[in-house]
Design a protein around this ligand. Sequence first.
Ligand SMILES: Cc1cc2nc3c(=O)[nH]c(=O)nc-3n(C[C@H](O)[C@H](O)[C@H](O)COP(=O)(O)O)c2cc1C
Ligand SMILES: [Fe+2]
Ligand SMILES: [Fe+2]
Length: 402
Amino acid sequence: MSSSKKKIVENIFYVGVNDREKTLFENYLPLPQGVAYNSYLINDVQTALIDTVDVHFVGQFLANVEYILQGKPLDYLIINHMEPDHAGSIGFVCQKYPNVKIVGNVKTFEMLKGYFGIDNQIHTVKEGDSISLGEHQLSFFMAPMVHWPEVMVTYEQKTQILFSADAFGTFGTNDGGFMDTQLNTDKYWDEMRRYYACIVGKYGAPTQAALKKLSALPISFICSTHGPVWQKEIAKVVSLYDKWSKYEAQKEGVVIAYGSMYGHTMQMAEAVCEGVIAGGVKDAIIYNVSKTDTSFILSDIFQYNGLIIGSPTYNTELFPLIETLVHQIEHRGIKNKVYSCFGSYSWHGNAVNILTQLAQKLNWQMVSPTVENKHALSQDKEKQCFALGQAVAEKLKVVSIA
Ligand SMILES: Cc1cc2nc3c(=O)[nH]c(=O)nc-3n(C[C@H](O)[C@H](O)[C@H](O)COP(=O)(O)O)c2cc1C
Ligand SMILES: [Fe+2]
Ligand SMILES: [Fe+2]
Protein backbone atom coordinates (compact mmCIF):
# COMPACT_ATOMS: atom_id res chain seq x y z
CA MET A 1 0.00 0.00 0.00
CA SER A 2 1.16 3.56 -0.67
CA SER A 3 2.34 5.69 2.22
CA SER A 4 0.42 8.59 0.68
CA LYS A 5 -2.36 9.02 -1.85
CA LYS A 6 -0.79 9.31 -5.27
CA LYS A 7 -2.81 12.17 -6.68
CA ILE A 8 -2.52 13.23 -10.33
CA VAL A 9 -5.23 15.90 -10.11
CA GLU A 10 -8.10 16.35 -7.65
CA ASN A 11 -9.86 12.97 -7.29
CA ILE A 12 -7.76 11.08 -9.84
CA PHE A 13 -5.11 8.79 -8.42
CA TYR A 14 -2.28 6.50 -9.47
CA VAL A 15 -2.85 3.01 -8.04
CA GLY A 16 -0.26 1.03 -10.04
CA VAL A 17 2.69 -1.06 -8.85
CA ASN A 18 6.40 -1.44 -9.54
CA ASP A 19 7.75 -4.82 -10.62
CA ARG A 20 11.37 -5.14 -9.48
CA GLU A 21 11.35 -8.92 -9.57
CA LYS A 22 10.61 -10.09 -13.08
CA THR A 23 13.80 -10.51 -15.12
CA LEU A 24 12.15 -10.97 -18.52
CA PHE A 25 9.09 -9.07 -19.78
CA GLU A 26 6.81 -11.36 -21.82
CA ASN A 27 9.38 -13.94 -20.73
CA TYR A 28 11.99 -12.80 -23.26
CA LEU A 29 12.79 -9.09 -22.92
CA PRO A 30 15.34 -8.19 -20.21
CA LEU A 31 14.20 -5.71 -17.56
CA PRO A 32 17.39 -4.16 -16.14
CA GLN A 33 15.40 -1.27 -14.65
CA GLY A 34 12.20 -3.20 -13.91
CA VAL A 35 8.76 -2.17 -15.14
CA ALA A 36 5.65 -0.53 -13.68
CA TYR A 37 2.08 -1.71 -14.28
CA ASN A 38 -0.02 1.44 -14.05
CA SER A 39 -3.64 1.65 -13.06
CA TYR A 40 -5.69 4.74 -12.25
CA LEU A 41 -8.69 5.44 -10.04
CA ILE A 42 -11.23 8.23 -10.45
CA ASN A 43 -13.06 8.99 -7.21
CA ASP A 44 -16.13 10.91 -8.38
CA VAL A 45 -19.83 10.46 -7.50
CA GLN A 46 -19.35 7.23 -9.39
CA THR A 47 -15.92 5.62 -9.12
CA ALA A 48 -13.93 4.15 -11.99
CA LEU A 49 -10.78 2.06 -12.12
CA ILE A 50 -8.82 2.16 -15.36
CA ASP A 51 -7.03 -1.11 -16.12
CA THR A 52 -5.52 -3.42 -13.49
CA VAL A 53 -2.03 -4.91 -12.97
CA ASP A 54 -0.11 -8.16 -13.37
CA VAL A 55 -1.74 -10.74 -11.11
CA HIS A 56 1.47 -11.28 -9.11
CA PHE A 57 0.89 -7.85 -7.57
CA VAL A 58 -2.83 -8.15 -6.95
CA GLY A 59 -2.57 -7.90 -3.14
CA GLN A 60 -0.71 -4.62 -3.22
CA PHE A 61 -2.91 -3.36 -6.04
CA LEU A 62 -6.22 -4.02 -4.24
CA ALA A 63 -4.80 -2.32 -1.15
CA ASN A 64 -3.88 0.74 -3.25
CA VAL A 65 -7.44 0.88 -4.60
CA GLU A 66 -9.06 0.47 -1.20
CA TYR A 67 -6.75 3.11 0.30
CA ILE A 68 -8.52 5.63 -1.96
CA LEU A 69 -12.04 4.18 -1.92
CA GLN A 70 -12.22 3.77 1.89
CA GLY A 71 -15.28 1.52 1.68
CA LYS A 72 -16.97 3.38 -1.18
CA PRO A 73 -18.17 1.00 -3.93
CA LEU A 74 -16.29 0.62 -7.20
CA ASP A 75 -18.79 1.41 -9.96
CA TYR A 76 -16.77 0.93 -13.17
CA LEU A 77 -13.76 -1.02 -14.33
CA ILE A 78 -12.56 0.32 -17.68
CA ILE A 79 -10.55 -2.19 -19.69
CA ASN A 80 -8.36 -0.47 -22.25
CA HIS A 81 -6.22 -3.56 -22.94
CA MET A 82 -6.64 -7.28 -22.23
CA GLU A 83 -2.97 -8.34 -22.16
CA PRO A 84 -2.33 -10.05 -18.81
CA ASP A 85 0.20 -7.44 -17.61
CA HIS A 86 -2.89 -5.21 -17.20
CA ALA A 87 -5.85 -7.56 -17.27
CA GLY A 88 -4.32 -10.11 -14.86
CA SER A 89 -6.15 -8.84 -11.78
CA ILE A 90 -9.61 -8.39 -13.32
CA GLY A 91 -10.96 -11.58 -11.75
CA PHE A 92 -9.89 -10.45 -8.26
CA VAL A 93 -11.31 -6.94 -8.78
CA CYS A 94 -14.68 -8.48 -9.73
CA GLN A 95 -14.57 -10.75 -6.66
CA LYS A 96 -13.84 -7.88 -4.31
CA TYR A 97 -16.31 -5.46 -5.95
CA PRO A 98 -19.09 -7.79 -7.19
CA ASN A 99 -21.32 -4.92 -8.38
CA VAL A 100 -18.69 -3.35 -10.61
CA LYS A 101 -19.74 -2.69 -14.23
CA ILE A 102 -17.05 -3.62 -16.73
CA VAL A 103 -16.51 -1.25 -19.65
CA GLY A 104 -14.92 -2.42 -22.88
CA ASN A 105 -15.59 -2.90 -26.58
CA VAL A 106 -16.86 -5.94 -28.48
CA LYS A 107 -13.35 -7.34 -28.90
CA THR A 108 -12.55 -6.78 -25.21
CA PHE A 109 -15.51 -8.83 -24.15
CA GLU A 110 -14.70 -11.75 -26.39
CA MET A 111 -11.34 -11.94 -24.59
CA LEU A 112 -12.85 -11.29 -21.16
CA LYS A 113 -15.17 -14.27 -21.61
CA GLY A 114 -12.33 -16.42 -22.94
CA TYR A 115 -9.83 -15.58 -20.20
CA PHE A 116 -12.08 -15.05 -17.18
CA GLY A 117 -15.43 -16.58 -18.12
CA ILE A 118 -17.00 -13.18 -17.36
CA ASP A 119 -19.88 -12.04 -19.57
CA ASN A 120 -22.23 -10.32 -17.16
CA GLN A 121 -22.31 -6.75 -15.83
CA ILE A 122 -20.60 -5.62 -18.98
CA HIS A 123 -21.11 -2.28 -20.70
CA THR A 124 -20.09 -2.29 -24.35
CA VAL A 125 -18.76 0.95 -25.82
CA LYS A 126 -17.87 1.93 -29.35
CA GLU A 127 -15.89 4.77 -30.89
CA GLY A 128 -16.71 8.11 -29.28
CA ASP A 129 -19.12 6.78 -26.62
CA SER A 130 -19.04 8.44 -23.19
CA ILE A 131 -19.85 7.66 -19.57
CA SER A 132 -20.46 10.32 -16.93
CA LEU A 133 -19.11 9.71 -13.43
CA GLY A 134 -20.49 13.00 -12.03
CA GLU A 135 -17.96 15.76 -12.62
CA HIS A 136 -15.83 13.63 -14.86
CA GLN A 137 -16.78 12.35 -18.26
CA LEU A 138 -14.97 9.45 -19.92
CA SER A 139 -14.91 9.02 -23.71
CA PHE A 140 -13.58 5.98 -25.52
CA PHE A 141 -11.57 5.80 -28.73
CA MET A 142 -10.50 2.59 -30.42
CA ALA A 143 -6.75 2.10 -31.01
CA PRO A 144 -6.65 -1.37 -32.61
CA MET A 145 -3.20 -3.01 -32.83
CA VAL A 146 -1.53 -0.54 -30.48
CA HIS A 147 -0.75 -3.22 -29.30
CA TRP A 148 -3.58 -5.81 -29.51
CA PRO A 149 -6.81 -5.68 -31.56
CA GLU A 150 -9.08 -4.76 -28.62
CA VAL A 151 -6.99 -1.80 -27.43
CA MET A 152 -8.86 1.41 -26.80
CA VAL A 153 -7.92 4.62 -25.02
CA THR A 154 -10.01 6.56 -22.52
CA TYR A 155 -10.16 10.35 -22.40
CA GLU A 156 -11.35 12.33 -19.39
CA GLN A 157 -12.77 15.64 -20.55
CA LYS A 158 -12.61 17.87 -17.47
CA THR A 159 -8.96 17.23 -16.70
CA GLN A 160 -7.89 16.46 -20.31
CA ILE A 161 -6.27 13.21 -19.22
CA LEU A 162 -5.63 10.57 -21.86
CA PHE A 163 -5.47 7.04 -20.45
CA SER A 164 -3.49 5.66 -23.37
CA ALA A 165 -3.03 1.93 -22.62
CA ASP A 166 0.45 0.73 -23.77
CA ALA A 167 0.97 3.74 -26.05
CA PHE A 168 3.65 6.08 -24.66
CA GLY A 169 4.64 3.41 -22.12
CA THR A 170 8.19 2.54 -21.18
CA PHE A 171 10.18 -0.04 -19.28
CA GLY A 172 11.61 1.23 -15.98
CA THR A 173 9.92 1.48 -12.60
CA ASN A 174 8.51 4.69 -11.11
CA ASP A 175 11.01 5.26 -8.32
CA GLY A 176 9.67 7.35 -5.48
CA GLY A 177 7.33 9.27 -7.78
CA PHE A 178 5.11 8.61 -10.79
CA MET A 179 4.80 12.03 -12.51
CA ASP A 180 7.39 13.15 -15.04
CA THR A 181 7.44 16.50 -13.23
CA GLN A 182 8.78 14.78 -10.09
CA LEU A 183 11.45 12.61 -11.72
CA ASN A 184 14.59 12.92 -13.76
CA THR A 185 13.18 11.37 -16.91
CA ASP A 186 16.57 10.83 -18.60
CA LYS A 187 16.60 7.21 -17.52
CA TYR A 188 13.46 6.46 -19.53
CA TRP A 189 14.26 7.56 -23.09
CA ASP A 190 16.38 4.55 -24.11
CA GLU A 191 14.03 2.15 -22.36
CA MET A 192 11.00 3.79 -23.96
CA ARG A 193 12.51 3.28 -27.41
CA ARG A 194 13.38 -0.35 -26.58
CA TYR A 195 9.81 -0.87 -25.36
CA TYR A 196 8.43 0.65 -28.57
CA ALA A 197 10.85 -1.27 -30.84
CA CYS A 198 10.07 -4.63 -29.24
CA ILE A 199 6.41 -4.37 -28.25
CA VAL A 200 4.78 -1.91 -30.64
CA GLY A 201 7.43 -1.82 -33.41
CA LYS A 202 5.48 -3.95 -35.89
CA TYR A 203 2.46 -1.65 -35.68
CA GLY A 204 3.74 1.58 -37.20
CA ALA A 205 0.65 2.15 -39.36
CA PRO A 206 -1.93 1.55 -36.57
CA THR A 207 0.14 3.81 -34.28
CA GLN A 208 0.10 6.55 -36.91
CA ALA A 209 -3.69 6.14 -37.23
CA ALA A 210 -4.13 6.44 -33.44
CA LEU A 211 -1.86 9.52 -33.29
CA LYS A 212 -3.91 11.24 -36.01
CA LYS A 213 -7.16 10.47 -34.22
CA LEU A 214 -5.87 11.74 -30.86
CA SER A 215 -4.31 14.89 -32.29
CA ALA A 216 -7.78 16.49 -32.21
CA LEU A 217 -7.95 16.23 -28.38
CA PRO A 218 -6.45 18.78 -25.99
CA ILE A 219 -4.23 16.68 -23.72
CA SER A 220 -2.82 17.82 -20.36
CA PHE A 221 -1.71 14.42 -19.04
CA ILE A 222 -0.93 11.08 -20.66
CA CYS A 223 -1.47 8.18 -18.29
CA SER A 224 -0.09 5.09 -19.99
CA THR A 225 0.07 1.59 -18.56
CA HIS A 226 3.87 1.57 -18.05
CA GLY A 227 6.26 4.23 -16.75
CA PRO A 228 5.64 7.78 -15.57
CA VAL A 229 2.56 9.92 -16.13
CA TRP A 230 3.54 12.40 -18.83
CA GLN A 231 2.70 16.05 -18.20
CA LYS A 232 5.85 18.09 -18.87
CA GLU A 233 7.07 15.80 -21.66
CA ILE A 234 3.86 15.31 -23.67
CA ALA A 235 5.20 17.05 -26.78
CA LYS A 236 8.38 14.97 -26.62
CA VAL A 237 6.72 11.57 -26.17
CA VAL A 238 4.18 12.27 -28.92
CA SER A 239 6.92 13.35 -31.31
CA LEU A 240 9.02 10.26 -30.46
CA TYR A 241 6.05 8.00 -31.18
CA ASP A 242 5.43 9.84 -34.41
CA LYS A 243 9.06 9.31 -35.52
CA TRP A 244 9.26 5.67 -34.47
CA SER A 245 5.94 4.73 -36.05
CA LYS A 246 7.09 6.33 -39.32
CA TYR A 247 10.34 4.35 -38.96
CA GLU A 248 12.34 7.58 -39.06
CA ALA A 249 15.76 7.56 -37.42
CA GLN A 250 16.51 10.06 -34.67
CA LYS A 251 20.26 10.21 -35.15
CA GLU A 252 23.06 9.78 -37.64
CA GLY A 253 24.99 6.65 -36.76
CA VAL A 254 25.66 3.05 -37.72
CA VAL A 255 24.74 -0.13 -35.88
CA ILE A 256 27.11 -2.95 -36.82
CA ALA A 257 25.57 -6.23 -35.65
CA TYR A 258 27.65 -9.34 -36.15
CA GLY A 259 27.68 -12.98 -35.11
CA SER A 260 30.92 -14.93 -34.88
CA MET A 261 31.86 -18.35 -33.55
CA TYR A 262 35.63 -18.25 -34.05
CA GLY A 263 36.41 -14.58 -34.50
CA HIS A 264 36.73 -14.18 -38.27
CA THR A 265 33.48 -12.28 -38.77
CA MET A 266 34.34 -10.26 -35.66
CA GLN A 267 37.63 -9.15 -37.25
CA MET A 268 35.67 -8.01 -40.28
CA ALA A 269 33.29 -6.05 -38.03
CA GLU A 270 36.24 -4.19 -36.48
CA ALA A 271 37.56 -3.17 -39.90
CA VAL A 272 34.06 -2.12 -41.05
CA CYS A 273 33.67 0.00 -37.94
CA GLU A 274 37.03 1.71 -38.44
CA GLY A 275 35.85 2.56 -41.93
CA VAL A 276 32.64 4.11 -40.59
CA ILE A 277 34.60 6.33 -38.21
CA ALA A 278 37.11 7.24 -40.93
CA GLY A 279 34.11 8.19 -43.07
CA GLY A 280 33.19 10.83 -40.52
CA VAL A 281 30.28 9.23 -38.66
CA LYS A 282 30.94 9.42 -34.91
CA ASP A 283 28.27 7.04 -33.63
CA ALA A 284 29.31 3.54 -34.69
CA ILE A 285 28.14 0.81 -32.34
CA ILE A 286 29.32 -2.77 -32.71
CA TYR A 287 27.01 -5.42 -31.27
CA ASN A 288 28.01 -9.04 -30.86
CA VAL A 289 24.60 -10.72 -31.14
CA SER A 290 25.75 -13.55 -28.87
CA LYS A 291 26.40 -11.11 -26.05
CA THR A 292 23.83 -8.33 -26.28
CA ASP A 293 20.15 -9.17 -26.14
CA THR A 294 18.43 -8.54 -29.47
CA SER A 295 16.00 -6.05 -27.87
CA PHE A 296 18.83 -3.55 -27.26
CA ILE A 297 20.10 -3.99 -30.82
CA LEU A 298 16.62 -3.48 -32.29
CA SER A 299 16.20 -0.39 -30.16
CA ASP A 300 19.38 1.13 -31.62
CA ILE A 301 18.34 0.08 -35.12
CA PHE A 302 15.22 2.22 -34.61
CA GLN A 303 17.41 5.09 -33.41
CA TYR A 304 20.16 5.22 -36.07
CA ASN A 305 19.89 5.56 -39.84
CA GLY A 306 22.76 3.18 -40.73
CA LEU A 307 22.90 -0.59 -40.34
CA ILE A 308 25.55 -3.15 -41.30
CA ILE A 309 25.08 -6.85 -40.53
CA GLY A 310 27.80 -9.51 -40.55
CA SER A 311 27.39 -13.28 -40.35
CA PRO A 312 29.31 -16.47 -41.00
CA THR A 313 27.60 -18.96 -43.27
CA TYR A 314 26.17 -21.59 -40.95
CA ASN A 315 24.85 -24.83 -42.46
CA THR A 316 24.33 -22.91 -45.71
CA GLU A 317 22.35 -20.19 -43.93
CA LEU A 318 22.86 -17.40 -41.38
CA PHE A 319 24.43 -17.75 -37.93
CA PRO A 320 21.37 -18.61 -35.77
CA LEU A 321 21.34 -15.46 -33.63
CA ILE A 322 21.78 -13.25 -36.70
CA GLU A 323 18.85 -15.14 -38.23
CA THR A 324 16.78 -14.21 -35.16
CA LEU A 325 17.76 -10.55 -35.44
CA VAL A 326 17.03 -10.50 -39.17
CA HIS A 327 13.66 -12.13 -38.58
CA GLN A 328 12.76 -9.52 -35.96
CA ILE A 329 13.78 -6.69 -38.29
CA GLU A 330 11.75 -8.15 -41.15
CA HIS A 331 8.77 -8.86 -38.91
CA ARG A 332 8.65 -5.18 -37.95
CA GLY A 333 9.06 -3.98 -41.53
CA ILE A 334 11.71 -1.52 -40.41
CA LYS A 335 12.20 1.13 -43.08
CA ASN A 336 14.65 3.84 -44.14
CA LYS A 337 18.09 2.33 -43.60
CA VAL A 338 21.36 2.88 -45.35
CA TYR A 339 22.63 -0.66 -45.25
CA SER A 340 25.36 -3.11 -46.13
CA CYS A 341 26.53 -6.54 -45.05
CA PHE A 342 29.54 -8.84 -44.82
CA GLY A 343 30.32 -12.43 -43.87
CA SER A 344 32.77 -15.29 -43.78
CA TYR A 345 32.74 -18.93 -44.78
CA SER A 346 34.91 -22.03 -45.30
CA TRP A 347 33.66 -23.90 -48.37
CA HIS A 348 30.58 -22.27 -49.93
CA GLY A 349 29.36 -18.94 -48.62
CA ASN A 350 25.72 -17.91 -48.58
CA ALA A 351 25.31 -15.54 -45.59
CA VAL A 352 26.01 -12.40 -47.63
CA ASN A 353 23.46 -13.46 -50.27
CA ILE A 354 20.77 -13.83 -47.62
CA LEU A 355 21.72 -10.58 -45.93
CA THR A 356 21.64 -8.77 -49.29
CA GLN A 357 18.07 -9.95 -49.88
CA LEU A 358 17.01 -8.23 -46.66
CA ALA A 359 17.74 -4.84 -48.25
CA GLN A 360 15.55 -5.68 -51.24
CA LYS A 361 12.69 -6.91 -49.05
CA LEU A 362 12.68 -3.79 -46.90
CA ASN A 363 13.53 -1.36 -49.66
CA TRP A 364 16.68 -0.09 -47.96
CA GLN A 365 19.49 1.86 -49.64
CA MET A 366 22.08 -0.84 -50.25
CA VAL A 367 25.73 0.16 -50.21
CA SER A 368 27.95 -2.08 -52.36
CA PRO A 369 30.27 -3.85 -52.77
CA THR A 370 29.63 -6.19 -49.84
CA VAL A 371 32.46 -8.39 -48.57
CA GLU A 372 32.51 -12.15 -48.09
CA ASN A 373 35.77 -13.71 -46.89
CA LYS A 374 36.94 -17.31 -47.15
CA HIS A 375 39.11 -18.74 -44.34
CA ALA A 376 41.49 -16.36 -42.52
CA LEU A 377 40.90 -12.65 -43.15
CA SER A 378 43.27 -11.49 -45.89
CA GLN A 379 44.72 -7.98 -45.88
CA ASP A 380 42.92 -7.34 -49.11
CA LYS A 381 39.51 -8.33 -47.68
CA GLU A 382 40.22 -6.38 -44.53
CA LYS A 383 40.73 -3.27 -46.68
CA GLN A 384 37.47 -4.02 -48.46
CA CYS A 385 35.71 -4.17 -45.09
CA PHE A 386 37.18 -0.78 -44.18
CA ALA A 387 36.03 0.60 -47.55
CA LEU A 388 32.53 -0.82 -46.96
CA GLY A 389 32.25 0.99 -43.62
CA GLN A 390 33.56 4.18 -45.15
CA ALA A 391 31.11 3.98 -48.07
CA VAL A 392 28.17 3.55 -45.67
CA ALA A 393 29.34 6.59 -43.68
CA GLU A 394 29.67 8.66 -46.84
CA LYS A 395 26.20 7.67 -47.98
CA LEU A 396 24.81 8.69 -44.59
CA LYS A 397 26.34 12.12 -44.99
CA VAL A 398 24.01 12.79 -47.92
CA VAL A 399 20.89 11.37 -46.22
CA SER A 400 19.09 13.88 -44.05
CA ILE A 401 17.55 13.08 -40.68
CA ALA A 402 13.92 14.16 -40.64
C1 LIG B 1 28.18 -25.45 -37.42
C2 LIG B 1 28.90 -24.80 -38.55
C3 LIG B 1 28.30 -24.76 -39.80
C4 LIG B 1 28.95 -24.17 -40.88
N1 LIG B 1 28.35 -24.17 -42.10
C5 LIG B 1 29.04 -23.66 -43.18
C6 LIG B 1 28.47 -23.67 -44.48
O1 LIG B 1 27.34 -24.12 -44.69
N2 LIG B 1 29.17 -23.16 -45.53
C7 LIG B 1 30.45 -22.66 -45.34
O2 LIG B 1 31.06 -22.22 -46.30
N3 LIG B 1 31.00 -22.62 -44.11
C8 LIG B 1 30.33 -23.11 -43.04
N4 LIG B 1 30.89 -23.08 -41.81
C9 LIG B 1 32.22 -22.48 -41.64
C10 LIG B 1 32.12 -21.03 -41.16
O3 LIG B 1 31.22 -20.29 -41.95
C11 LIG B 1 33.49 -20.37 -41.25
O4 LIG B 1 34.41 -21.06 -40.45
C12 LIG B 1 33.41 -18.91 -40.79
O5 LIG B 1 34.61 -18.23 -41.16
C13 LIG B 1 33.22 -18.81 -39.28
O6 LIG B 1 33.19 -17.45 -38.93
P1 LIG B 1 33.57 -17.01 -37.44
O7 LIG B 1 35.03 -17.26 -37.22
O8 LIG B 1 33.24 -15.55 -37.42
O9 LIG B 1 32.73 -17.82 -36.52
C14 LIG B 1 30.26 -23.64 -40.71
C15 LIG B 1 30.82 -23.66 -39.44
C16 LIG B 1 30.16 -24.23 -38.38
C17 LIG B 1 30.82 -24.23 -37.03
FE1 LIG C 1 0.31 -4.79 -24.34
FE1 LIG D 1 1.52 -3.52 -21.31
